[in-house]
Design a protein around this ligand. Sequence first.
Ligand code: DAU
Length: 337
Amino acid sequence: MIHRRWLVTGGLGFIGSAFVRMMLRERPDVAIAVLDAVTYAGNPANVSEVAHDPRYSFVKGDIADADRVDEAIGQGVDAIVNFAAETHVDRSILDPEAFIRTDVMGTHVLLEAVRRHKIQRYLQVSTDEVYGDVELGASAEGDPIRPRSPYAASKAGGDLQVLAYHTTFEAPVLVTRGSNTYGPYQYPEKLIPLFITNLLEGEQVPVYGDGLQVRDWLHVDDHARGIAHVLEHGVPGEVYNLGGGNSRTNIEITRELLRLTARSYEGSVRHVTDRQGHDRRYAIDSSKAQALGWAPRVPFANGLAETVAWYRDREDWWRPIKSGEFREYYRRQYALR
Ligand code: DAU
């Protein structure tokens, strides 16, 4: 019996599709409408296992297009969860405009829809990158935001609008800020899936600079579960950090992936020119989400080994991606490094 209808924007992307698959599996009373523009990283194959579920429906469209947003809301929804975003820092350095359009304008259009349709709950999926480089300690939700890449600045612009709609219009909004996420179905432009697929193909992996930058890794299922938990239990107007608690340097990640794919450092690793404005370290304090009852469950060693195994099994998923638009992007991004 359907009791709740949720609009999930960006539901064909990496974290969005994990959320859609998990919610249709674990919440029998929830129906989900996905609105997705099917840009390069949105992939219908990510939801193929639930696409025939009668509780699933799909509208193709951009969150910055108010007509498509209204169409996807249809007769009404109880909640909107906004995963739709341009997310890759390197692409935001090459071409920032798409980030402003989706992450800033798209968020604005959704917030106006929340007001127009009197939606009961809106959750903005954001990122720990809005806090900027963290030399020591861990960022808490009340800390100032200091985004340093065009991507992080566009996400911060989205967050600030969301929070301003709570203050100004009492919009029932929530924000989650997740740490670096990994797992199955991640588009192979990000560190972990790029390195795994390159290594499986017998290619080299490009480590930026000295590789001593630190990220905190969160399994995609833990991230999806955290978003659902905040959606169902969070306090409107509040921000919740969702961190994996697995801080590693990029070199540590690389060495672990080399081990899991039985490749050698000397034969496989190429140190290349660093990313412009590269944030050295991210770290977030998730105690607020943990006090609400969420905690990551997937041990990192298991999650990483299972992710490698997934990419090994699912060449049918990633090979077509790596031969398409990706090839031109890879050339632009790495050829001159
Ligand atoms: O912290 C959350 C954020 O994590 C998300 O908001 C972003 O959407 C997501 O892309 C991710 O941002 P990062 O820039 O940290 O992720 P990325 O996988 O691009 O890079 C991780 C680290 O690996 C970073 O220090 C840069 C480095 N790197 C990345 C690539 C793609 C390399 O050394 N070589 C590479 O080829």
